[in-house]
Design a protein around this ligand. Structure first.
Ligand code: UDP
Ligand code: MG
Length: 321
């Protein structure tokens, strides 16, 4: 570890011109109170607004601030990955730019880290200012994922967390196994080590709108499920067993009715059954597609991200990963 940096704060930024300065001020204020060395790494994930200029300006005036600019929008999880790849601190904290995760909670995380925990994750006790849709889908998704996987991924937990250097190194080393569609909160749980949560109230966004479109939310959910569960792949087998059993029962019932002399119009039932079966077929094919698409991503081995510019780092060449 060069420079002996104690804490690295990784902040993914996508079109946050309205709040990035305030966010920087709050983070700086909190980190200054630690009295220890730190770096703030902003990862500009291909913003189209003035975020890049504002961040460059902050960088120029504060030596603790570093900037990584992507060549385009690669997504939240990838931005976090780039920040972690370039972080030098003994502990790395990932936090959103929009101040929904209060920076003050970092101090609590640091306390736990000093007690000997390797991962301290923020557990959302309450989420303020979120739409019913977001709250509902998040609640369902975290529980669905938990039921589908053997990895102990804590529910209601985002990417706001502190990670010890050794955990960060392990996660960064996963380049060698080419984990592309990364679901970071799952990966952190998967690597193990001593983990603990701190509860916090998630505030509303300081300004602007969510940068997580429905499409991005679905992509994240799919990454979470496909990375940590084979359940969708096992679907055909389970459906097959169920349908076989059901049809056997059906034939027995039909036989009994026939013996009893009762007539049944089979047409409607047949229609319903055939629509149901083709629906199930598509679902299963779709599940295969999700996995095959991701296998294809890994095989092609394109870089996870492309850095257009780095400011404030020892190596300022644009690297890929
Ligand atoms: N973000 C990003 N790339 C994206 C989308 C979002 O770097 O493609 C950043 C965004 O600027 C913010 C964080 O990821 O710092 C979380 O996004 P947001 O607050 O929009 O998500 P939400 O809190 O609504 O789930
Ligand atoms: Mg947010």
């Amino acid at each position: 570890m060069s420079d002996n940096i104690k804490y690295s704060i990784v902040v993914p930024v996508y079109n946050e011109e309205l709040l990035i300065e305030e966010s920087y001020r709050r983070l700086k204020k909190v980190m200054d109170t630690t009295g220890e060395s730190y770096e703030l790494i902003f990862v500009n994930d291909g913003s189209h607004d003035k975020s890049a200029e504002i961040l460059a300006n902050i960088c120029e005036n504060d030596n603790n601030v570093k900037l990584i600019s992507f060549s385009r929008n690669f997504g939240h999880q990838t931005a976090i990955t780039a920040g972690m790849d370039n972080a030098k601190g003994d502990a790395v904290v990932v936090i959103d730019a929009d101040l929904q995760d209060p920076p003050e909670v970092i101090l609590k995380m640091i306390e736990k880290w000093k007690e000997g925990y390797d991962v301290v994750y923020g557990k959302r006790a309450e989420r303020k200012g979120e739409s019913f849709f977001k709250l509902f889908t998040a609640r369902v998704f975290y529980r669905l994922l938990k039921s589908l996987t053997n990895v102990d991924i804590p529910v209601d937990t985002g990417d706001f967390r502190l990670i010890d250097r050794k955990v960060c190194d392990v996660m960064n080393s996963m380049t060698s196994i080419k984990e592309k569609n990364r679901y970071i909160r799952g990966l952190v749980s998967w690597v193990g080590f001593k983990q603990i949560g701190v509860e916090y109230v998630r505030d509303p966004r300081l300004a602007g709108e969510t940068k997580y479109t429905l499409k991005k939310m679905l992509k994240l959910a799919m990454d979470g499920i496909t990375s940590f569960s084979y359940a969708p792949l096992k679907l055909p087998l389970n459906i097959g067993i169920f349908l076989t059993a059901a049809s056997v029962i059906y034939f027995i019932v039909e036989l009994i009715l026939k013996i009893a002399g009762i007539k049944i119009s089979i047409l409607n039932t047949a229609m319903a059954v055939s629509i149901l079966l083709s629906g199930i077929n598509f679902v299963v094919l779709g599940a295969f597609g999700e996995y095959i698409g991701r296998i294809y991503d890994e095989v092609r081995d394109r870089p996870l991200y492309i850095i257009a510019k780095k400011v404030g780092f020892d190596d300022e060449d644009g690297k890929t990963r």
